[in-house]
Design a protein around this ligand. Structure first.
Ligand SMILES: *Cc1c(COP(=O)(O)O)cnc(C)c1O
Length: 364
């Protein structure tokens, strides 16, 4: 990425884009185009909403966290009729207690054009079983199944075609392991039909027009100047993911998450989510934990992050999304033990690390 800038209409860049486009289809498990947009992940959601839907159409939003909340706001801003299905933070609509709320919303709004679900809700560290939810939605409705896969693509199994997902989006700074600035979107065939229907009340878009992006994609190009430097990094990141094997990437995240959960629980801490994501582990802050996050950062150069909104000073979040292995998890748990001891939490030294090791090694 530190090399001289490529020109985006030159053969070298087109060849690089071609490789990227092929590899993105592997990552998304789809035969359909996966478009790369120069924007953060939110831009991909905007491209979907503006390219697919019309003013006054109904969109159901499964709202179980800070990111989920965003997609409801966005539909409303663009003149859609948003139906919010509120799920308490830390829970998923795919849990038995909450699934009836989705069915109820689908029955009450048979004309709904879409349902938005966040596969891995990063604000609460919650995983939603979108495979089952997609099936459920399709049996009750013709609404498009729209997935925020921003911290799931490249972490959790996500089979766009096989599971009948109509929109799947992600962003460069999450599972793709490169700096922020690119977003990605895959659409199903029936979603593409909507892109091309020319109803008069369609939400307008220009920069984020998926019809434009698709047209240029056919020749491995983009309608506007892309963030070429990020494409160079993306090419390498995708090489790494494809070389490791996408199924192995999912398994690695599962293992790291499993070890991290075992580790923090062995330290007497409590998980926040009842349906934990493999991308991020959310943990209740211990009573004296107000400065835990800053202590870890300042003294141990270990980055974890606190909660947002109502979860501020209530939880902290540990990432294992992307370029991580067992060693990273053990190092974090090691300094977490130190920091917990320093804030006066009684812990058994080595117990968090040992529990994670047992999980990684598969021994009792
Ligand atoms: C990071 C994140 C987003 C926001 O993406 P931006 O790149 O900031 O636009 C949306 N959804 C989830 C689940 C995320 O983790």
């Amino acid at each position: 990425m530190a090399q001289p800038i490529l020109h985006h209409r030159h053969a070298e860049f087109i060849a690089l884009s071609k490789r990227i486009n092929r590899h993105l289809q592997v990552l998304f498990c789809t035969e359909q185009p996966v478009l790369t947009l120069t924007s953060s992940g939110t831009g991909a959601a905007e491209s979907a909403i503006t390219s697919l839907f019309a003013r006054g159409e109904t969109g159901i939003n499964i709202n179980n966290g800070k990111f989920a909340e965003r997609w409801g706001k966005m539909m409303t801003i663009f003149g859609m009729n948003t139906v919010e299905v509120m799920i308490p933070w830390g829970h998923a609509v795919s849990e038995p207690d909450y699934e009836p709320l989705l069915v109820e919303a689908l029955r009450a709004h048979p004309q709904a054009a879409c349902v938005w679900l966040v596969h891995s809700e990063t604000s609460t560290g919650t995983f939603t079983d979108i495979r089952r939810m997609a099936e459920l939605i399709r049996t009750h409705s013709s609404a498009l199944v729209c997935i925020d896969g921003i911290t799931s693509v490249g972490a959790h199994e996500c089979r766009t075609d096989e599971w009948g997902l109509d929109v799947v989006i992600t962003g460069s700074q999450k599972g793709l392991m490169i700096p922020p600035g690119l977003s990605f979107i895959a659409l199903s065939e029936r979603a593409w039909k909507r892109v091309y229907d020319e109803r008069a009340d369609k939400i307008p878009s220009f920069y984020f027009s998926l019809a434009q992006a698709r047209k240029e994609w056919e020749s491995n190009s983009t309608p506007w100047t892309p963030a070429v430097t990020l494409f160079v990094g993306l090419d390498k990141a995708l090489d790494m993911l494809v070389e490791e094997g996408i199924e192995h990437v999912w398994k690695r995240h599962e293992l790291l998450a499993h070890g991290m959960r075992a580790g923090v629980q062995a330290l007497g801490l409590e998980l926040f989510s009842s349906s934990p994501s493999n991308a991020v582990t959310t943990v209740h802050l211990p009573p004296a934990g107000k400065h835990l996050v800053s202590l870890l950062k300042q003294k141990y150069s270990a980055t974890v992050i606190g909660g947002q909104d109502s979860l501020k000073d209530k939880i902290f979040r540990i990432s294992h999304l992307g370029f991580y292995d067992e060693g990273d998890m053990l190092a974090l748990l090691g300094v977490l033990e130190h920091a917990l001891h320093e804030i006066g939490q009684v812990i058994q030294p080595g117990s968090g690390v040992a529990a994670a090791q047992r999980a990684f090694m598969g021994v009792a």
